[in-house]
Design a protein around this ligand. Structure first.
Ligand code: FE
Ligand code: FE
Ligand code: ZN
Length: 276
């Protein structure tokens, strides 16, 4: 069994997202910790936070997978962008303490011309500055499609980041199925092999969450355009094999498919039907 849910908006508060997900029939969700493009965040009310925490417990939710802002780039060539990213990460992790023991996922970054190695170095430096022993959040690096100068489209790159981080017990990986496919890993016809490679390079014990998306583009396209489940190049059978794979059980699966509320509810129902 997996936990299934989708991205929700924090507009009406935190507990409201939990209620929405119950109505959708899911058991986890993701939300942007701040405006994904603008970078602003909303204040958290103590009562709202504890109401959500209670709801999560009462209804046996899986871990939440909060998502950092797209504008956060820890390895940008521009030092101001970098320090702004560091600031966002630091504040996001402070705020995550309102919802202890959940996950915070972010895009490792884009090296913007400095090269992958420099990018890896800068990302790890940033993590070493903000991670502390006391945080109760596990920070997840997302597997990327390799669009532009994105770092993290190869498992080796994520491994290198993890290796350079001192408090690596606080670190994990979020496996985005659209991105991984776009990066060139054949999770449609060779899922076992891809997961074996993930295990060898990073270790499956570091795979904490899945972003569950079909892709609008063929294997290795490096495009990063998500598609509804079963309507893209991965297709229903492959998505089903992923959701039922023994190595991925008990993990939160987050839909980031192009859907409205109704579409998400339908996809959640579909995934639940696979598990019956
Ligand atoms: Fe993402
Ligand atoms: Fe994703
Ligand atoms: Zn994406």
């Amino acid at each position: 069994m997996i936990y299934i849910g989708c991205h929700l908006s924090v507009t009406n508060g935190y507990e409201a997202m939990g209620r929405t997900m119950l109505r959708f029939g899911g058991s986890t969700f993701a939300y942007f910790t701040r405006n994904p493009r603008g970078g602003k965040s909303k204040d958290i009310a103590e009562e709202d936070a504890s109401a959500l925490n209670m709801l999560l417990k009462e209804h046996s939710f899986g871990k939440l997978v909060a998502h950092g802002s797209y504008t956060m780039n820890l390895c940008a060539s521009n030092p101001a962008t970098r320090s702004n990213g560091l600031d966002m990460l630091k504040k996001d992790l402070e705020r995550m303490e309102y919802f202890p023991d959940n996950y915070y996922n972010f895009h490792p970054g884009a090296h913007t011309g400095q090269g992958v190695e420099k990018g890896i170095e800068l990302i790890a430096d940033a993590l070493n500055l903000v991670l502390t022993r006391d945080i109760r959040t596990t920070v997840l690096l997302e597997t990327m499609a390799g669009k532009g100068s994105e770092v993290g489209s190869r498992f080796e790159e994520l491994r290198e980041i993890i290796d350079r981080v001192e408090l690596r017990e606080k670190l994990g990986v979020c496996f985005d199925t659209c991105h991984t496919w776009d990066a060139g890993y054949d999770i449609k016809d060779d899922l076992d092999h891809v997961l074996t490679r993930f295990d060898k390079i990073i270790g499956l014990e570091r795979l904490y969450a899945v972003h569950f998306n079909d892709s609008k583009n063929p294997l290795g396209s490096h495009k990063d355009r998500h598609e509804k489940l079963g309507e893209g190049y991965l297709g229903t059978d492959a998505m089903k094999r992923i959701a039922l794979h023994p190595a991925l059980q008990d993990k939160p699966f987050i839909l980031e498919t192009p859907n409205n509320d109704e579409g998400y509810q339908k996809e959640i129902r579909t995934v639940l039907s696979w598990m019956e």
